[in-house]
Write a protein that binds this ligand. Structure first.
Ligand code: NAD
Length: 528
């Protein structure tokens, strides 16, 4: 029996090596101590490589590997992996994203406790200044305080459970989960962000994406309780750093505990100058246990990939572009944007997701479904969802996946439709590609339109009466928001849908002001 060759390029925990060594159909080459200048020839006949940050998966690496099928990054970050290059060569790139969950959860608790008891300050004073001033260190207790948890996934949900053990009153905010995910654990759920802003302590555990960057800014901090404590062990810039600085300086925010920063390494970050900020240098994943779990999960993934049975946590779609007809790629791009559009415009737990493809493009219905689904899940899960795991992630979340192929109808050579059914509503969105790559959304919920899927958009549905466009224009002008384009569709029920493309960010207060226009039947904000 020919063995599958797995090359371990960087140091991993012994437990991972032991797993690889005991499989009869695997030939293990542990090259972690080989100088990097001598590594590439060893990869020539490798089937799988396991790497960490010391091995760049770059053009030289890809050139050297002749038959490699997958690269497993033992860890999360893939900054030094040329994912596009791998995709072009049909190589799957995988990482190990959840091995560090507990490590990040416990660091969050450490920050919460440190902030309450000024622990690092007391430690510093005694050790460095040799002062015994107990009166300087009166803290507060977690018990009976209200904790707001933003993002109730792997980490957020576990932080919430542990906070409950401290007898905190925990409330979760995550528009992409079923509320029962929290309430079944005895944790309150809210869909109103203001309930979170009213907490004594707030911790955030969302991915970093367009929607979550600056999720907490100046306005949100202004609404918070005086003396609030903020924790971030997720990703930098979910709290706007300037607003955080101002809030901490004025005393509005009592303490902030931060493991992550907008730019890392953060050795020059102005936040470090403030006495009421406690920091750690992005060590959320740094426990011995998580290193062991990473090695075991990387080894397991490598074995499965070597056998071709599974590619867990694959980050790319290993389709050789040369094998894809030229006209397909823009449709894949378009359907992914449409999925992302639909979930932003209909923000609620998803029940089902359907793609309908008409015309020649319908031969690629499976790929269209996958790309559409990646777009749809991306709004809530960010980088965690990819072209390989999207269907599994959807099924795990109880989302029904459907697809339909048809011949060309209604004047378009090719057309794709996304139908998203959520707890709140049903949304349909159709699109097509003109010429070679002119992507357009041509229908939203039965309203015929012609929209380039790009930029910041406001969707405004209204009773079709005179004067509405003027009122929208006046409201936006009042807030210094420039309209770049205005597209209008009407139906037979005396209703209109305007898609207003704007140059500037649209704050919540603007949306609320537009919602207050009498003829308004619904309003959503979408950023592509
Ligand atoms: P997860 O995908 O399991 O959970 C993220 C949750 O955020 C999901 O339930 C999602 O629905 C929710 N969410 C998405 N957008 C939201 C929004 N706008 N408002 C509220 N909720 C929203 O991810 P996880 O494994 O729990 O990781 C959470 C974060 O922690 C990620 O950013 C991850 O990169 C980070 N992390 C940091 C470290 C570290 O070293 N500090 C270690 C591990 C993970």
């Amino acid at each position: 029996m020919a063995k599958h060759k797995i090359v371990v390029c960087d140091h991993i925990h012994q437990k991972g090596l032991d797993l690889l060594a005991k499989e009869a159909d695997i030939e293990l080459l542990n090259a972690s101590s080989v100088p990097k200048s001598e590594l590439l020839p060893l990869l020539q006949d490798a089937d799988i490589a396991i790497t960490r940050s010391s091995t760049d998966v770059d053009s030289a690496f890809l050139e050297a590997t002749k038959k490699i099928r997958a690269v497993v990054r033992a860890g999360v970050g893939v900054d030094n992996v040329d994912i596009d290059g791998c995709s072009r060569k049909g190589i799957v790139v995988m990482n190990v994203p959840t091995a560090n969950t507990i490590a990040a959860v416990e660091l969050t608790l450490a920050h919460m406790l440190s902030a309450c008891r000024n622990f690092p300050g007391a430690n510093d004073q005694l050790k460095n200044a040799r002062l015994w001033k107990r009166e300087d260190w009166y803290g507060t207790e977690l018990k009976d305080k209200k904790l707001g948890v933003i993002g109730f996934g792997n980490i957020g949900s576990r932080v919430a459970l542990r906070a409950k053990a401290f007898e905190m009153n925990v409330i979760a905010y995550d528009p992409y989960i079923k509320p029962s995910k929290a309430t079944d654990l005895g944790i309150a759920y809210t869909s109103n962000f203001d309930d979170i802003l009213a907490c004594d302590m707030i911790t955030i555990h969302t991915p970093k994406n367009k929607e979550t960057i600056n999720l907490i800014g100046k306005e949100e901090i202004a609404k918070m309780k005086d003396g609030v404590i903020l924790i971030n062990c997720a990703r930098g810039n979910l709290y706007n750093e300037e607003a955080l600085y101002e809030g901490l300086q004025s005393g509005k925010i009592r303490w902030a505990g931060l493991d992550v920063f907008n730019k890392e390494p953060a050795t020059n970050n102005p936040l470090l100058d403030l006495p009421n900020v406690y920091v750690t240098p992005h060590i959320g994943a740094n426990t011995l246990e998580s290193q062991e779990k990473i090695a075991i999960q990387a080894a397991e993934a490598a074995i499965e990939a070597a056998r071709g049975s599974n590619y867990p946590n694959a980050l790319n779609l290993p389709i050789k572009e040369s094998e894809l007809p030229l006209f397909v790629k823009p449709y894949l791009e378009l359907v992914q944007k449409m999925g992302f559009f639909a979930t932003q415009a209909n923000k609620a737990p998803i029940h089902s997701f359907k793609i309908i493809a008409e015309g020649e493009i319908s031969q690629y219905i499976d790929s269209l479904s996958t790309f559409g689904l990646v777009g749809a899940l991306n709004a809530s899960l960010g980088d965690k969802v990819n072209y390989v795991n999207a269907p599994y992630v959807a099924t795990e979340r109880g989302i029904e996946l459907k697809s339909e192929s048809k011949s060309a109808q209604g004047g378009y050579k090719n057309k794709i439709t996304v139908k998203l059914t959520t707890e709140k509503d049903i949304m349909t969105l159709s699109g097509t590609v003109f010429d070679e790559n002119v992507q357009r959304i041509v229908e939203i919920n039965g309203f015929g339109l012609d929209i380039e899927p790009k930029g910041r958009m406001i969707l405004f549905k209204n009773t079709d009466v005179p004067g509405v466009i003027g009122m929208i224009g006046t409201t936006l002008a009042k807030h210094q928001i420039n309209i770049a384009d205005f597209r209008l569709g009407r139906n037979n029920h005396n209703q209109a849908l305007a898609v207003i493309i704007v140059d500037d960010d649209v704050k919540k207060e603007v949306i609320e002001e537009l919602r207050a226009i009498k003829a308004c039947l619904g309003i959503e904000n979408v950023v592509l």
